[in-house]
Structures are given as C-alpha cells and as structure tokens.
Design a binder for this molecule. Sequence first.
Ligand code: SF4
Length: 181
Amino acid sequence: MFADARSKRIVLVAHCILNQNAISDGTADFPGTDEALVRHLLESGVGLVQLPCPELNGLGLDRGDPEGANRPVIVENTRIRSALGQAAPARILADLVEQVVFQVEQYRRHGFQVLGVVGINRSPSCGVETTSDRDEEVAGRGVFLEALATELTRRGIDLPMIGVKASQPAASLARLEALLR
Ligand code: SF4
C-alpha cells in the first residue's frame, strides 16, 4: 500500500510559514510565505502538512481587536494568549489539536515518517523554544503547540518540535536542517 511516488516523509508546519496572510496585524515578515524555509522543505522532498492557525480559528483575523497592531507586539501577544484561554476559543483549539493528532496517527499507522513540527518562536500560540507571556518573550511553548504536545504524549507519540523566527534566518534554517536529517 502507498508504494507510489510519495516520500512517506511528513513535516507539520505552522500555518503562517506557508501563509503570512493569517498572521496578526502588524507582524507579517513576508508577502506570502517564508520562502527560504519553504524552499528548503520543498527541496527535501517531504510532504508539508499545514497546521491550522489557532489564532485565526479561535479569535478571527483581527484577533478580536482591530487596534491590536497599535500595541507593542509582545503586549498584544500577551493579550492574545489570554484571549485564547477563554472558553469558546479554548474549545476551538482543543478541536484543532484533535484533528492534527488524528492525521499524525494516520500517517504513523501506515508507516509514514512524521519528522516533526515547525513552530514560530515568540508566538503565544505556536512558539516552541520561546513564547509570549506577561508582556515578555519567555522560554516555553505557545498554548496551541503545548496542547498538541500534551495530547501527543498522552497517546505515546514522541514528535520533535522546533521553533523558527524570521529575525533569525540562519539559526532557523539550521534547526530545520537538523529536523529533516
Ligand atoms: S504563529 Fe501560529 S497563531 Fe501565529 S499566525 Fe502563525 S500559525 Fe497563526
């Protein structure tokens, strides 16, 4: 089964690596995609699973506040983190986690290699090494990837996660290369 052209190697990438239009107002770094990272992923022959954008799904494109871009990023990120913890967005995030975990399990069940997750450092939702909280960039994961990691662990799945950051292109590429090895 599945003995066709596919590589059977999968990487899960944060939604905005492929679509900067989803990112919060004032924080896009590229017109469309993070081209350097995407080029590297394409050349590696992996299949790309675009994770849902938890903030777009949970709070809307304006994250529930059209004035958000007027705040310092880290302050706005802290507000977003708190907003995602409200009952309705939290339910949406839990559903998104279920959908992602289902896909991961399907690929693994059929012998595909799920190499890992590429998140976005500093994000209150998708950070891996760093996130935003208390109006600071702090060590730790964003709420979406933390919930995803918790659910994967609960099901006995160990999936590497790396974070990238547009302001650190060389370090981001190095982390991605290590994940793909
Ligand atoms: S980091 Fe996560 S929440 Fe923020 S725009 Fe990207 S996918 Fe959406």
